[in-house]
Design a binder for this molecule. Structure first.
Ligand code: NAI
Ligand code: MG
Length: 493
């Protein structure tokens, strides 16, 4: 078992080489329920020595363990079994995810279902990795082999804990890599519970290792370790920059998914009710703790005032509550740190723009890191609340005047993760789609995410793609093989 209960608080270790191990330093850190502010678990804090052990285990598993010679079929079967375990344990996993992140239970259930689907998708894809035969002259044969990139260091955030683990682990395992996963220190619990089934489903020791602990120590040591071939990271742009610099010393491959300030664009001719819903859903789902949050709501001038009014009216109906209650639509933010960060943006927003609704802490909660769904309007796109990722339930509504103005404002951001456009005019819709500098563009919706389609950003939202065949590609090397078919000597000397 990963955990044992002491006085209601579960304790967890690191998962290294198929075993649960305490950190070399003996240090642990607390994990909280953000709705009660109570400690729910105590988790081993990995340091550089633990990272070294985990990387060595992953290295050995990659270089000479049974995983090194598994067939694609075998790896696919392991992934299907992982999916089955997730489905069997989904009520417990959803509950832990809900308690640890503060997200509504209904959303946590969707997340866990998506986790299983992700493992199934890559289970199927494992056997569809193809090389190529290259058209070289007739006296030779040239082909390519696709090989796993090696040991993958995977650093993930706290907003979708087990889903982010799945987006990283599933393609890596399908490719034949081995992994050292570091969950966010706020939310390690579901990944650790998941590890309980690794032995049972036939993952050899060392193939997936899980280390807990802060980014600045455990994460940084993983990025610097010469035994790691690739780093896959999801999190803040600030940390993305640190990772690129550190990874340069060992020239690791790096993929980054860094969030954004995504525009959600509404034209006058869009379906009215769907638009109001879509504007709110785009920015308030998961308490706004979403990398692709539609946090800049761009509204055509002709409908602007009515739009802000209608959004405000409907936002009053968003039910904040205890995460485990089924009718809760918004829970607390994940941590005190995130609550403080978002609160400081609320104060800033009151200076930079007008408040339509929200702007503080909801009165009904004595405890918990709750923030009111907040809509700022008359926001100038140069304001800090329009430029910086807030990662909370905070919308900035910005008016625009016609298509060209909408595109200009939408693209005037250092980020480029996602965007959405709402209109009934297909000419306009696709002109805007082509003009937006973003890796994901929705038309008449915002946020649906499918494992079959690529996920990732332009500009400072990072590089590389997750999901679909693109996600697998990031864990593969390409080896070209030249075969001489001409037996006569070269005759050069
Ligand atoms: P963060 O970027 O610090 O944390 C994300 C992950 O990176 C965690 O696992 C953390 O332990 C690790 N990490 C932190 N510093 C590291 C380092 N020096 N080396 C290696 N790994 C490191 O995010 P944080 O501080 O929790 O949130 C700050 C802001 O980041 C949020 O307000 C939000 O704007 C953004 N963010 C974006 C996410 C996204 O999905 N794109 C997810 C989480 C946060
Ligand atoms: Mg941080």
């Amino acid at each position: 078992m990963s955990s044992s209960a002491t006085a209601g608080i579960r304790t967890y270790k690191n998962y290294v080489n198929g075993e649960w191990v305490a950190s070399a330093s003996g240090q642990t850190f607390p994990v909280y329920d953000p709705s009660t502010e109570e400690v729910i678990a105590e988790v081993a804090a990995a340091g550089a020595a633990d990272v070294d052990l985990a990387v060595k285990a992953a290295r050995a598993a990659f270089d000479s363990g049974p995983w090194a010679t598994t067939t694609a079929q075998d790896r696919g079967r392991v992934l299907f079994k992982l999916a089955e375990k997730i489905r069997q344990n989904s009520p417990q996993l959803a509950e832990i995810e809900c308690r640890n992140t503060g997200k509504p239970i209904v959303e946590a259930e969707y997340d866990i279902a998506d986790v299983a689907t992700c493992f199934e998708y890559y289970g199927g894809l494992a056997t569809k990795v193809l090389g190529s035969v290259n058209p070289v002259p007739a006296n030779a044969l040239s082909f390519t082999l696709r090989e796993p990139v090696g040991v993958a260091g995977q650093i993930i955030p706290w907003n979708y804990p087990l889903l982010m683990a799945a987006w990283k682990l599933a393609p890596a395992l399908a490719a034949g890599c081995t992994c050292v996963l570091k969950p966010a220190e706020q939310t390690p619990l579901t990944a650790l519970e998941f590890a309980n089934c690794f032995g049972e489903v036939g993952l050899p020791p060392g193939v997936v290792n899980i280390l807990n602990g802060p980014g600045e120590t455990a994460g940084a040591a993983l990025v610097a370790h010469p035994g790691v071939d690739k780093i896959a990271f999801t999190g803040s742009a600030a940390v993305g920059k640190i990772i690129v610099k550190s990874a340069a010393d060992t020239l690791k491959r790096v993929t980054l998914e860094l969030g954004g300030k995504s525009p959600n664009i509404f034209f006058t001719d869009a379906d009215w009710e769907a638009s109001i819903d879509g504007a709110l859903f785009g920015v308030f789902i998961n308490q706004g703790e979403v990398c692709s949050a539609g946090s800049r709501i761009l509204v055509e001038k002709k409908i602007y005032s009515k739009f802000v009014e209608a959004m405000t009216e409907k936002a009053k109906r968003i039910k904040l509550g205890a995460p485990l209650e089924r009718d809760t639509k918004m829970g607390p933010l994940v941590s005190k740190e995130q609550y403080d960060r978002v609160s400081s943006y609320l104060e800033l927003g009151k200076k930079e723009a007008k408040v339509a609704i929200g702007g503080g802490r909801p009165k009904q909660f004595g405890k918990g890191y709750y923030v009111e769904p907040t809509i700022f309007y008359d926001v100038d796109n140069t304001a800090r609340i329009a430029r910086e990722e807030i990662f909370g339930p905070v919308a900035s509504v910005i008016p625009f005047d016609g298509e060209a103005d909408a595109i200009r404002i939408a693209n005037d951001t250092p980020y480029g993760l996602a965007a959405a456009v709402w209109t009934r005019d297909i000419y306009k819709a696709f002109r805007v789609v082509k003009s937006l500098r973003a890796g994901i563009v929705w038309v008449n919706h915002m946020q649906p995410t499918y494992v079959e389609a690529p996920w990732g950003g332009y500009k400072q939202s990072g590089f590389g793609r997750e999901l679909g065949p693109w996600g697998l590609e990031e864990y593969l090397e390409t080896k070209q093989v030249f075969v001489n078919l001409d037996e006569t000597p070269i005759g050069w000397y």
